[in-house]
Design a protein around this ligand. Structure first.
Ligand code: ADP
Ligand code: MG
Length: 405
C-alpha cells in the first residue's frame, strides 16, 4: 500500500489548524507564537504549538515508516487510528487519567491532543530521582477500568465483538511479539549488552525455564483477547504534574498506539518491569530508600487494580456465572500473568534492541551491575510466576537482586 499524505511541518501547521473547526476555542491559528517539534520519538512526529495567549495544543502524526530508521522500515500509519481509538475509549472510562484527543484526522493520521506540557514524562521524573506519590495507585485503577469497561465483563458482547474486529493491530503486535518475547531468547542479531554483562546474557540464553516462560507469555499475548489494553504502558507512557515529594496533581496516560484486545496482565507487567528499572537505577545510585519505594509501587498498583476490579465486579454485565468467586479467580490468573509479562519486559530492555534510559544513562561501572540485577530478576520471575498467589511475592523474588541488602 502506498501512503500519499502531507506531513506536518512548521510551515503548514497554522493552515492545518485553520481547517479543523474542532480546535477553535483551544488555540488561535491566526496568532501562532511558536511551533516546536518535541518527539523524542522513535516513531512519530510530535509538535507543540502555542498561540499568542500561551494556549497550547499537541499535534502527533504517524509516518508510514519508523522514524528512527528512516523509510527503510515501513510501518502502517494506521497505528494512529489505534492510538486515537483506544485513548478515546479509555478517556470515556477514566477521563481524569487519560490524555484528551481533541480530534483525530484519519486522512493524514494526525491526532490533535490536549497540551500536557505542564507535566513531566514519569520516566524522566523518576530518572531525576523525583518521587511523585499516588501515581501507581491511580494507574492500577486505570488498568481495572479498562479491564472491565472494554471487555465482555462490562460491555455488551456484540459491541465487544465489533470492537475486537475494529481494533486489530497486527503490525504493532508483531513488534511486541518479536522484541519482547522471542528475541530475548533467540537473538536475530539485534541484541546487545555491555562486555561486563556478556556472561549474564549467555546465562539468560541458556535458561530453558526462561525460554518456556517466554513461549507461554507470547502465546497468551497472541490469544487472550480480554480487553482493549494500552499495549505499551511503561513509565514513558505516563505524565505526571506536581512537585517531587508530594502526591501528583495530575496523572495522564498517553501514547497507546500498540493498543489491541489482549491480556490485561500485559499492562500491569509493563508497569511492574518499569518500577523495577527505577529500583535498579536508585540502587545503583546509592538511593536505598528510593529503591525500596520504587519496588513498593508494584503492590500499590496491584492493590488498586484489585480493589477497583472487585468493586466493578459487583454490578458488571453478568453476575450470575461471573460472580465474586469468578472475579477472584480472574485476579489470581491476572496476578501470575503480570509476573510473567514483567519478566519478559525486564529481560528485553536489558538484552534487546530497545533499551531504557533508567539503565542506559548510568555510567558503565554502575550500569553493568544494574543490568545484571535486572536480568536475574527476570529469570527469578520466569521461574516462579506460576501460582504466585500474593503480590508480595514479586518483591520477594526481585528484591534480593534489585535492592541492597
Ligand atoms: P512516540 O509514539 O513517537 O513515542 P509520544 O506520544 O511518546 O510519541 O510523544 C513523544 C514525546 O512528546 C513524549 O515523550 C512527550 O515528551 C511529548 N508529548 C506527547 N504527547 C504530549 C502531550 N499531549 N502534551 C505534552 N507533551 C506531549
Ligand atoms: Mg513514546
Amino acid at each position: 500500500m502506498t501512503h500519499d499524505y502531507t506531513f506536518l511541518d512548521a510551515d503548514n501547521i497554522a493552515e492545518y489548524l485553520r481547517s479543523r473547526p474542532e480546535v477553535q476555542g483551544r488555540i488561535d491559528p491566526d496568532r501562532i507564537a511558536s511551533i516546536r517539534e518535541i518527539g523524542d520519538g522513535n516513531l512519530n512526529l510530535v509538535f507543540h504549538v502555542l498561540d499568542a495567549d500561551q494556549r497550547g495544543i499537541i499535534l502527533k502524526q504517524s509516518l508510514p515508516y519508523v522514524r528512527m530508521t528512516g523509510d527503510g522500515w515501513p510501518m502502517t500509519p494506521e497505528r494512529a487510528a489505534r492510538e486515537a481509538n483506544s485513548l478515546q475509549e479509555h478517556f470515556a472510562l477514566t477521563p481524569e487519567l487519560v490524555v484528551e484527543v481533541v480530534v483525530y484526522d484519519p486522512e493524514r493520521y494526525i491526532l490533535v491532543l490536549e497540551d500536557l506540557s505542564d507535566h513531566s514524562v514519569w520516566r524522566d521524573a523518576l530518572n531525576r530521582s523525583e518521587q511523585h506519590f499516588d501515581v501507581a495507585r491511580r494507574l492500577g485503577s486505570y488498568v481495572a477500568a479498562v479491564a472491565v469497561g472494554t471487555s465482555i465483563l462490562g460491555r455488551d458482547r456484540g459491541e465487544v465483538a465489533e470492537r475486537i474486529a475494529e481494533t486489530q493491530n497486527p503490525e504493532l503486535c508483531t513488534i511486541t511479539e518479536d522484541l519482547v518475547f522471542t528475541e530475548p531468547v533467540f537473538d536475530i542479531g539485534r541484541n546487545s549488552v555491555l562486555p561486563e554483562n556478556a556472561a549474564d546474557a549467555a546465562a539468560l540464553t541458556a535458561d530453558r525455564v526462561f525460554a518456556a516462560a517466554m513461549a507461554e507469555a507470547k502465546w497468551r499475548f497472541m490469544t487472550q483477547a480480554e480487553a482493549l489494553i494500552h499495549g505499551d504502558l511503561h513509565t514513558g507512557s505516563v505524565m505526571v504534574r506536581g512537585a517531587s515529594g508530594a502526591s501528583a496533581e495530575s496523572v495522564k496516560v498517553f501514547d497507546s498506539e500498540f493498543a489491541f484486545y489482549g491480556p490485561v496482565a500485559f499492562d500491569l507487567g509493563a508497569l511492574f518491569a518499569n518500577y523495577s528499572f527505577a529500583a535498579a537505577r536508585a540502587t545503583a545510585l546509592g538511593e536505598t530508600e528510593r529503591a525500596s519505594w520504587a519496588l513498593s509501587l508494584v503492590s500499590e498498583t496491584w492493590q488498586a487494580f484489585e480493589q477497583e476490579f472487585l468493586r466493578l465486579s459487583e454490578n458488571w454485565h453478568e453476575t450470575n456465572l461471573f460472580n465474586g468467586d469468578f472475579a477472584r479467580a480472574r485476579l489470581d490468573r491476572i496476578r501470575e500473568e503480570s509476573f510473567l509479562f514483567a519478566s519478559a519486559k525486564m529481560a528485553r530492555r536489558i538484552v534487546g534492541a530497545a533499551k531504557v534510559r533508567d539503565i542506559e544513562t548510568l555510567e558503565p561501572g554502575l550500569r553493568a551491575p544494574a543490568a545484571r540485577a535486572t536480568l536475574a530478576s527476570a529469570r527469578a520471575l520466569a521461574a516462579n510466576w506460576r501460582g504466585a498467589s500474593d503480590i508480595a511475592q514479586f518483591s520477594e523474588l526481585v528484591s534480593p537482586h534489585l535492592l541492597n541488602s
